[in-house]
Design a protein around this ligand. Structure first.
Ligand SMILES: Nc1ncnc2c1ncn2[C@@H]1O[C@H](COP(=O)(O)OP(=O)(O)OP(=O)(O)O)[C@@H](O)[C@H]1O
Ligand SMILES: [Mg+2]
Length: 459
């Protein structure tokens, strides 16, 4: 094969040391661009009873930050405890499971006994050559939960860390609230443990509703997308690890498509390297044809969860829907006015059909376009978009991670979306009127507004 004479095994081993598409990162050496967050979390964890809640978009890097922080603060006598949540996670049951997991890992043997008509598990283990017996009762009160964990955490390690991952998955509000009360009670008793929660949400209120205030005592951190230089750093480091060079535009394009979601940077870079490795020629510099192949491979390998809404919005529909969908992701901004999305649409239409399109290739007018945008909010069109806090004409993606997939599909069709350019600020209508009137020497409210020279389909 064709990178430096590497065998497939050698190639995969270097690849794995650099990239991790599906699993969160756990080591501080590979976590890029989160120094500030790490610093803030460190300060919070120094407080007695200080715990952390990391929230943000799906795929932005919450679990990676949580796992890295956990391995940093967990004392070296054991591993951090990782609890993934699901729809039906129940608080009392989870505490029982944490306890049993710790005991099993500590090498305890278990048996079942009957006490007051209840079966209880009894664990036997040796601690510093002394035999110890621990009974795990049916946990049905906060008191029992706190009591049990206080005893068990001593067995785990001197400075235990527990990660409660994907907290948003828990459906019942009362179960979530139990976690909040629990860490408060542990704190009141002075139990030495650090909790790190993660959850998908645009705001803490979305995640916790009326129980938001119970979590306010935690240090809450909203994790934003990765800045440009860090997106590029991931690609550049991986390419360098193979002794290769890469065209700067490719690195920039990957950063742009990713929209700051590291998942896409890892995915595209991994496929870029596979494309280079599978090349029949010896590769020293990664070039455009490898990038084309990487885009293709990435689309094939992407999770169905992202494919589904895209297909619902565009499959078996006229090209208007496809172009409108691409237009929604054609900006660095996550929250966009329909006017700006429409301008993106006109730009894309022109890029594909030229400056003087005919018939069906002429763009829709804004009214027709807005109807399609409204459809993108509905279930049968994949619920791609949502309206921002009841503000008419202002849209955001329901799941921002999807923007990367939209950009990837557009790129595959030869249209590069402008993920690196923010929208022009919308000006208030009074100011717009003045500008339209030419008061400040402007001919139009939007300088260079493409709509001014375009003939629409029904004109
Ligand atoms: N700071 C970072 N530097 C480099 N890669 C990162 C960073 N953060 C996350 N990643 C990578 O991005 C991908 C997504 O990260 P992670 O699973 O941590 O996100 P998440 O927010 O927990 O996602 P989800 O909401 O789906 O659980 C993973 O492949 C991970 O390797
Ligand atoms: Mg996660």
């Amino acid at each position: 094969m064709s990178i430096n004479g590497f065998t497939e095994k050698q190639f995969v081993s270097i690849l794995k040391s650099q990239l991790s598409v599906r699993a969160p990162i756990k080591s501080i050496e590979r976590l890029v661009g989160r120094d500030k967050e790490l610093e803030l979390i460190a300060e919070a964890l120094y407080d007695d009873g200080g715990h952390v809640f990391i929230y943000g978009d799906r795929g932005v890097g919450k679990s990676s930050l949580a796992a890295t922080v956990a391995s940093k603060y967990q004392s070296k006598d054991n591993e951090p405890i990782q609890i993934p949540c699901g729809r039906n996670t129940l608080f009392f049951q989870t505490i029982g499971e944490i306890a049993e997991r710790i005991l099993r890992r500590a090498g305890a043997s278990s048996s079942t006994e009957i006490e007051h008509n209840f079966s209880i598990k009894v664990y036997k283990l040796k601690i510093k050559d002394k035999s110890k017996e621990i009974k795990i009762p049916k946990i049905d009160s906060m008191f029992k939960a706190v009591d049990l964990l206080e005893e068990i955490l001593n067995i785990h390690s001197s400075e235990p860390v527990i990660v409660i991952d994907e907290f948003d998955q828990i459906q019942k509000q009362e179960e979530r609230a139990n976690f909040a009360h629990f860490i408060k009670d542990l704190g009141d008793r002075g139990v030495n443990v650090k909790f790190i929660f993660t959850g998908v949400a645009s705001s803490l209120y979305h995640l916790l509703g009326d129980h938001e205030s119970s979590f306010r005592q935690l240090f809450t951190l909203k994790l934003d997308r990765l800045y440009w230089s860090y997106r590029e750093e991931i690609t550049l480091n991986a390419v360098k690890a193979f002794g290769l060079k890469v065209n700067e535009e490719i690195v920039h394009s990957i950063a742009k498509i990713s929209n700051g979601f590291p998942y896409f940077v890892h995915l595209l870079t991994q496929n870029l390297l596979w494309a280079a490795f599978k090349d029949r020629e010896l590769v020293k510099v990664i070039s455009d044809h490898h990038y084309k192949e990487a885009i293709n491979r990435s689309i094939v390998g992407i999770s169905g969860r992202l494919q589904l809404p895209y297909e619902k919005a565009t499959l078996d529909k006229s090209h208007d829907y496809l172009l409108a969908l691409w237009a929604t992701a054609d900006s660095e901004d996550f929250i966009r006015y329909s006017d700006n999305i429409f301008k993106s649409y006109l730009r894309i239409n022109e890029e594909i059909f030229g400056a003087s399109p005919e018939g069906n290739e002429k763009p829709m007018n804004q009214k027709e376009f807005n109807k399609i945008l409204a459809k993108f909010k509905t279930k049968s069109y994949g619920e791609v978009l949502e309206q921002v806090e009841g503000r008419r004409g202002l849209f955001s993606y329901k799941e921002n991670l999807l923007r990367g997939y939209v950009a990837l599909k557009a790129m595959d069709a030869g249209v590069e979306l402008k993920g690196d350019e923010p929208d022009q600020p919308k000006i208030s209508s009074a100011m717009a009127r003045e500008k339209f009137s030419g008061k400040f020497g402007f001919k139009s409210a939007y300088p260079g507004d493409p709509a001014s020279k375009i003939k629409f389909r029904n004109e």
